[in-house]
Design a protein around this ligand. Structure first.
Ligand code: ATP
Ligand code: MG
Length: 412
């Protein structure tokens, strides 16, 4: 089917009164960013919606990407015609006949947003429905549970006809609610937490602490792959890779084995807070989930969280592991997360980590490490690598693949 446009409908932002215009612009920017691999597309904004003109691009390549854009409630591939009954009838018939699999029942739903159109919606239902019935002998009307619902939306800017409505990712447009730093490990949880934060409108920069050469190059690659996967939803993502070996070695030699995870996490937060200040982020997102491991008891979270004054966002805190895994599979991070490469923290895990660490003991240990620790923190920040990962190459590959498939098969 040759569609002219994609009609994109916005979600939660429509309730935001006065800021609506700015948010809609952010939403459009975000759509343009994730679709930058398709330069032929052009965009038009209308009230509460955006029209993407395909200009010959393939809808089947674009739909899977659009499904992942936060803030979009739904979208439809549409045919646009002039305000003319015959044109509307003709386009409706072509659209219905082109549907695969072919439906056996249908109904017509007309919305007349532009009241100057000479027929009201009820008349239009009959005028178009009768035309479709006359020209499709195998089709009948079913107003309750039709296999195909042909929608005709008559607006000032034209008449839009469609029969498919895809569900969007929901949430808010990326960046609408500010920026946060994401503590990204190689595990299952933190990529899911990052995705959830992004869905809620937070732009995210990722921070990963690695213990190269104690941990392998593959362990680092794994985190890069995870961040890249997240960039699929945001267009691009900045990843800060912080060398943590020296700090961990110092902590391991400090003689406070059971507190090492607590101490490590607090230092991670201090470093992340610095990066947040530099990059305009106002919160820290982690994949903590209550009770999962020793560092995720309420007592641990308290002692760890006190190392920063920034709000700690823990989207998974009350979620069940099985649900988190389901999300990880859905967003495409699970298979990478379960690859068996050592994380910096697993290397230094003590036999019995404290599940009830004591804040004043922790603070005393940190004071003892004093200057030497601050110096190592400075060095870690200096030695940091920053990479910006983008989804563009992946998208182009995916789009080439779907065009190939289309050549072989009429439907896709
Ligand atoms: P994950 O699956 O995200 O690794 P987890 O259940 O294994 O989580 P922990 O390893 O205790 O739990 O980590 C808790 C959180 O601390 C992680 O979700 C992540 O946000 C952060 N974190 C842990 N290790 C690192 C690391 N090496 N670099 C950056 N952040 C980390
Ligand atoms: Mg982990």
């Amino acid at each position: 089917m040759n569609y002219d446009l994609i009609l994109v409908r916005f979600g939660e932002i429509t309730i935001k009164g006065r800021n609506r215009n700015r948010f809609e612009k952010m939403q459009l920017d975000q759509i343009q960013t994730v679709l930058s691999a398709f330069p032929a597309l052009t965009y038009e904004r209308a009230f509460g919606r955006v029209y993407i003109r395909l200009n010959g691009e393939n809808y089947a390549s674009i739909a899977p990407i659009l499904k992942n854009v936060f803030g979009i409630v739904s979208f439809s591939p549409v045919v646009k015609v002039e305000h003319d009954l015959e044109r509307i009838r003709e386009a409706s018939l072509t659209l219905l006949k082109g549907m695969t699999p072919a439906p056996s029942t249908f109904k017509v739903s007309v919305k007349r947003g532009w009241k100057q159109f000479p027929h009201n919606s009820l008349e239009m239902n009959h005028l178009v429905g009768a035309h479709l019935l006359r020209n499709t002998p195998s089709l009948t009307v079913d107003v309750r549970q039709p296999e195909a619902e042909l929608k005709i939306d008559i607006q000032f800017e034209g008449t839009f006809i469609y029969c498919v409505q895809e569900k969007g990712a929901g949430g808010f447009p990326l960046g609408m609610n500010g920026k946060a730093m994401l503590l990204l490990s190689g595990g299952i949880d933190s990529p899911v937490a990052g995705w959830m934060a992004m869905r809620k409108g937070l732009a995210v920069e990722a921070v990963h602490f690695h213990s190269y050469p104690f941990t392998s190059e593959q362990a680092k690659d794994k985190v890069v792959t995870l961040a890249k996967r997240l960039s699929y939803y945001s267009g691009k993502i900045k990843l800060h890779l912080v060398p943590f070996t020296e700090i961990q070695t110092m902590l391991a030699q400090s003689g406070h084995d059971s507190l090492i995870i607590t101490l490590m996490r607090r230092i991670m937060l201090r470093i992340t807070e610095r990066l947040a200040e530099k990059n305009g982020a106002l919160a820290i997102v982690t994949g903590d989930s209550l009770g999962q491991v020793a560092s995720q008891t309420l007592v641990s979270m308290n002692v760890i969280g006190r190392a920063t004054t920034l709000p700690m966002l823990r989207p998974l805190v009350v979620m069940d592991k099985l649900d988190i895994i389901e999300y990880a599979q859905r967003i495409g991070t699970y298979d990478t997360s379960i690859l068996p490469f050592e994380d910096c923290c697993t290397l230094f895990v003590p036999k019995s980590p404290a599940i009830h660490p004591n804040l004043s003991v922790v603070e005393q240990v940190e004071e003892k490490l004093g200057e030497a620790l601050s110096r190592l923190i400075d060095e870690a920040v200096k030695g940091m690598e920053v990479v910006v990962l983008s989804n563009k190459a992946e998208q182009q590959a995916a789009s080439a693949k779907s065009e190939e498939a289309e050549a072989e098969d009429e439907w896709f």
